[in-house]
Design a protein. Structure first.
Length: 374
């Protein structure tokens, strides 16, 4: 069993981050010149403990057993775990001084790549946008090469120490194009300065393109993931079960998922209505007088204010952790315009609810539970 608990277990994450932070801190302390003997011993003990934890974690994951990932050691996570465990003892066995050998603990930081899901998303975005990113790299390299050759020709004779060879002027081009500008090499000729100006402005353009491509890639990937998650929820709502697949796709794009904690107020009486909600899982309570009504998974609410264009007629609160699908008012009107049968079903339910709210109430016997909506 891994010291971090079950493979990829959520509860193990804080423990993994803590081990990493403590290990890196100990490595930093050990790297300081002439640390106090007791501090040094404490840092070494901490580092050995972290290494032991990582070794135990690795052997637990790599040990062949039912349910474990086959060929774990050849996966990216397995290679990172191996890099965390093996290099330090090998370096110590080869006689590398302890202070230097323990610097290999910096490889533990690679474990963050497997612990943070956002990085796998970045990898996917880069893979999907590789053509666009590749073309920006080509622009970058083209400017780099042309500018460094031009500056070598124009500035080389007057400033041989800064531009006397292509590698030297290439260094100038990299620092200028990346907007770093160390100022260690500055063109003196008019043409050299003109080219430097063009390179600086091009640098801003190239990094703007990079940012734009990655940002749109991330947004598209988020939309894709949301779509897949919403699709599963939408197909579970009975109200949508008779819709044809193109409409379900349209609806999945329109709906926004909300994961709410218990006792969250979703709708407030008297407020204008801007969306209606479908309950994918959990339960809400509609605070109508004299007896609140509970709505379970599959039901919808918040439709009345959209139909009348008026105000919310009751507070609606979650009674347990609940997942809702919110449909904005503009999308509600688009959907009901294209699907009159849905519009009729929503209007019929709203009329039934309005009627039941207006009926004189029978003697109170406690809360009523509403049947699942069709
Ligand atoms: P709306 O008025 O927009 O916001 C409050 C919502 O509570 C309302 O829409 C209905 O969806 C819901 N609601 C109101 N009365 C009842 C009722 N008697 N039974 C079930 N739901 C109701």
């Amino acid at each position: 069993m891994s010291p971090f608990g079950p493979l990829n277990g959520r509860a193990s994450k804080p423990l993994q981050f803590l081990t990493l932070a403590v290990g890196l801190l100990a490595m930093t302390v050990l790297s300081m010149p002439d640390p106090d003997a007791s501090v040094r011993t404490a840092a070494v003990v901490v580092l050995w403990c972290c290494l032991a934890i990582y070794a135990a974690d690795l052997s637990a994951k790599a040990w062949p057993r039912a349910g474990s990932q086959p060929n774990y050691l050849s996966s990216a996570a397995g290679i990172i775990d191996l890099l965390a465990v093996l290099p330090i003892p090998i370096a110590l066995l080869l006689g590398v001084p302890a202070q230097t050998a323990w610097l290999l603990a910096s490889l533990w930081i690679l474990k963050l790549a497997t612990a943070v899901p956002g990085l796998s998303m970045l990898g996917r975005v880069i893979a999907l946008e590789k053509r666009a990113l590749g073309s920006v790299i080509v622009i970058f390299l083209t400017i780099l090469v042309l500018a460094s050759v031009a500056l070598h020709v124009l500035e080389g004779p007057a400033q041989p120490r800064q531009f006397g060879s292509l590698p030297l002027s290439l260094w100038w081009a990299v620092t200028t194009l990346s907007s770093t500008g160390y100022g260690d090499a500055v063109p003196q000729t008019f043409l050299g300065r003109l080219i430097a100006g063009i390179v600086m402005i091009s640098g801003l353009g190239v990094f703007g393109l990079w940012t734009g491509i990655l940002a749109t890639g991330f947004a598209a990937e988020h939309r894709r993931r949301d779509f897949i998650r919403n699709w599963d929820l939408v197909t579970q709502v009975p109200f949508f079960k008779n819709l044809d697949p193109p409409t379900v796709i349209e609806l999945t794009r329109m709906l926004r998922r909300l994961d709410l904690a218990e006792r969250t107020v979703i709708v407030r009486r008297g407020r204008p209505g801007d969306c209606m909600y479908f309950i994918a899982s959990g339960e809400v309570e509609v605070k109508v007088e004299p007896h609140p009504v509970k709505l379970a998974a599959g039901a919808f609410f918040g439709e009345m204010a959209l139909l009348t264009g008026g105000q919310r007629m009751a507070n609606v609160v979650t009674t347990q952790p609940t997942t809702l699908l919110a449909l904005e008012v503009a999308d509600f009107h688009t959907l009901t315009a294209h699907h009159p049968e849905l519009a009729r079903a929503v209007a019929a339910e709203a009329a039934r609810r309005k009627g039941s709210s207006e009926k004189p109430s029978p003697p109170a016997k406690g809360k009523t539970r509403e049947r699942k909506s069709r």
